[in-house]
Design a protein around this ligand. Structure first.
Ligand code: ZN
Length: 112
């Protein structure tokens, strides 16, 4: 079934993100170690690296929220329907990103 296949895809995406999060936590620890070794001049670099790491953590958390919301919609039986207008979302759009909650019309409206 369609939503069953999508659930599998979403769960797989979720696993990949969690693996990335574990790897990211390790590299953040490396930045901290470097910071204690290097001098004051490299502090800016370290801070910049930290900001980038934080941004990617935030992106990942937003994606996880989207995945959970999509899984919830599968459970509720309204997966694949636009959360604004209720019309079916183009399957090609869902295939590209299984977490999209809106049809192309509503998504372009909300971006404006
Ligand atoms: Zn819509």
């Amino acid at each position: 079934m369609y939503s069953h296949r999508m659930r599998e895809r979403l769960l797989k995406l979720r696993q990949e993100l969690e693996a990335l999060a574990a790897a990211g936590a390790q590299s953040a620890a490396v930045v901290e170690l470097d910071q204690s070794k290097v001098g004051r001049l490299s502090r800016m670099d370290a801070l910049q690296a930290q900001a980038m790491a934080q941004a990617s953590v935030q992106r990942r958390e937003a994606m996880l929220r989207n995945i959970d919301a999509a899984l919830q919609r599968i459970d509720d039986g309204d997966y694949g329907l636009c959360c604004d207008c209720g019309d079916p979302i183009d399957p090609r759009r869902l295939d590209f990103d299984p977490t999209v909650p809106r049809c192309i019309d509503c998504a372009s409206k909300s971006e404006r």
